[in-house]
Design a protein around this ligand. Sequence first.
Ligand code: NAP
Length: 295
Amino acid sequence: MNNKSETPVTVIGLGLMGQALAGAFLNAGHPTTVWNRTASKADPLVAKGARLAPTVGDALKAGSLTIICVTDYPAMHKLLGDASDVELDGTTLINLTSGDSAQAREAARWADQRGARYLDGAIMAVPPAIGTAEAVILHSGQQSDFEAHKSTLDALGTVTYLGADHGLASLYDVAGLAMMWSILNAWLQGTALLRTAGVDAATYAPFARQIAVGVAEWLPGYAQQIDSGSFPAEVSALETDARAMTHLIEESEAAGVNAELPRLLKAMADRSIAAGHGGEQYPVLIEEFSKPSDA
Ligand code: NAP
């Protein structure tokens, strides 16, 4: 059994992210083979000790673990599907290319037919964070495949295993983005409102942060309500929230700021109330979120 730092790794795709991944493996002492369509992007890595493979097929033969990180799944399929010297049998392929869950599951089937072990991954970090604990990298697929390579993957940051369904990493990726954009949009709505009264963004930010952290504390209890399908109004009924949403819409309109987000919040609450859920607690809205938007 190799020591962690002796395990050879191949990185295919040396864009901004692939270069950071290969650099982190090199920093951790792994013999690192790289390949990129535009070979010159390997130069800084070669200067740090990486070996540039002449072909994709040669890169795959360098060891049993290959990380691929290219623009999208079609690029990955083109790259690994087209080349005649590509031999995936016996390889563990970890695909850190961003995509959706259907693409991930399809890629897993494709890799299986080619005799490769396959993990799908999602990188929740920017390139400069790679190699630090701040870089969260999600993986899904067979747990034994993840466990076999975890000590090597640790060079990249905080690596996490989610489950056997190869689509999970992509789903967590977009779920995380939904959190990020929703929190930012809510903050921007409040900032736009307060600026009409001369309060600048920096003044409002600490208060907004306090609200965001406070709401985050509600999640475990609200999750229990969702998982049990029971939504007793322990602290507030949805119809009480809906009345406050009206204030948010009216304030936004009166202040001359965009009211699209407040109207969307109210429209969803109104539908839930019309369906008889006004006396229940806010997480009952999961029923609205769980339907297609044109239902
Ligand atoms: P990038 O800098 O644009 O690099 C794209 C890479 O894909 C390059 O190596 C490029 O090769 C290669 N590529 C594209 N089409 C190809 C094809 N048909 N055949 C062979 N190679 C091809 O992008 P990036 O920032 O490294 O992102 C790579 C992946 O990481 C994406 O899926 C992205 O969503 C994900 N990601 C990026 C970040 C980030 O902050 N950058 C964060 C999280 C996730 P050439 O060099 O020859 O063009």
